[in-house]
Design a protein around this ligand. Structure first.
Ligand SMILES: C[S@@+](CC[C@H](N)C(=O)[O-])C[C@H]1O[C@@H](n2cnc3c(N)ncnc32)[C@H](O)[C@@H]1O
Length: 252
């Protein structure tokens, strides 16, 4: 690799790949989780609480996505005008908050599933703190079972749970993914080996356009776009129907 390429790579890595994306995500200064529209509907007190919450979560990230990947999730919600979003793997709710911030704009809802009761409790607290509890349905349980019970249709599915078991998730959610919708899978670079069956499936699927995308320069997303039928260029949107919760338990 030439020195130019090395310098470019180092810069992108240090910037968390946020070139352009940060501005698109409404965060050109890189210091705020504010994705409020111009004129801002979010009260300053709530914004300050959100900023602190996100900063605290980022300082103690654990196995949550990095900030740039959270911004990307938020961006996809905006760009697709997604209304019905499913997340598999809630953890503390960091990625869920980025998704739900986008859904505040589209009027949509997030359903997020985690198998760990303590994490579900912690995420519930974080969603409440962020003022997003009424936009998020948190389900506790094994997503391999729970996802099959959800009605859809989904505009966006984010898979970020047990790595290597994505083919099962795919069969559960793809039939409920509307044409024009996306399935995003995290860790498609660092966990690429165990994800090979899934990556082969989506990259060869006749109804899918697939790419692997890295913003952090260390890891990235598998991005699967469910093609619209040929000749159908409409920008379809699903109804803002919430996904029913089998247990009826929300994350706040
Ligand atoms: C990488 S973390 C998710 C991080 C989260 N998306 C974020 O960025 O904030 C993976 C989560 O998946 C959960 N998980 C693992 N296997 C699961 C399963 N079969 N069903 C539901 N959740 C599962 C774990 O408890 C863990 O909280």
């Amino acid at each position: 690799m030439g020195s130019d390429a090395i310098q470019r790579r180092a810069f992108l890595g240090s910037a968390c790949g946020a070139l352009g994306l940060a501005a698109l995500a409404g965060d050109a200064a890189g210091a705020s989780a504010d994705d409020a529209p111009a004129g801002g509907k979010v009260p300053p007190e709530l914004q300050a609480v959100r900023d602190k919450l996100m900063a605290d979560m980022e300082a103690n990230r654990g196995i949550g996505v990095p900030r740039c990947d959270g911004q990307f999730l938020n961006l996809i919600v905006h760009v697709t005008a997604a209304k019905n979003v499913l997340e598999v793997g809630t953890y503390r709710g960091y990625s869920g908050i980025w998704l739900a911030l986008g859904l505040e704009h589209t009027g949509g809802r997030l359903t997020t599933i985690d198998i760990d009761p303590a994490r579900v409790r912690e995420a519930r607290g974080n969603f409440t703190t962020a003022g997003l509890a009424d936009r998020i349905t948190g389900l506790e349980g094994d997503a391999h079972k729970v996802a099959k019970t959800l009605a859809g249709p989904f505009d966006l599915v984010f898979l970020d749970a047990d790595k290597g078991n994505e083919v099962d998730y795919f069969h559960a959610v793809f039939p409920k993914l509307r044409p024009g919708g996306f399935i995003l899978l995290h860790n498609a670079i660092t966990s690429r080996k165990v994800m090979t069956p899934y990556l082969d499936l989506v990259s060869q699927h006749p109804e899918i356009v697939h790419v692997v995308l890295s913003l952090s320069m260390t890891d990235g997303f598998s991005v699967s776009f469910h093609k619209r039928p040929a000749g159908d260029a409409r920008s379809e949107r699903s109804a803002a129907s919430p996904v029913p919760s089998p247990s009826g338990r929300g994350l706040g």
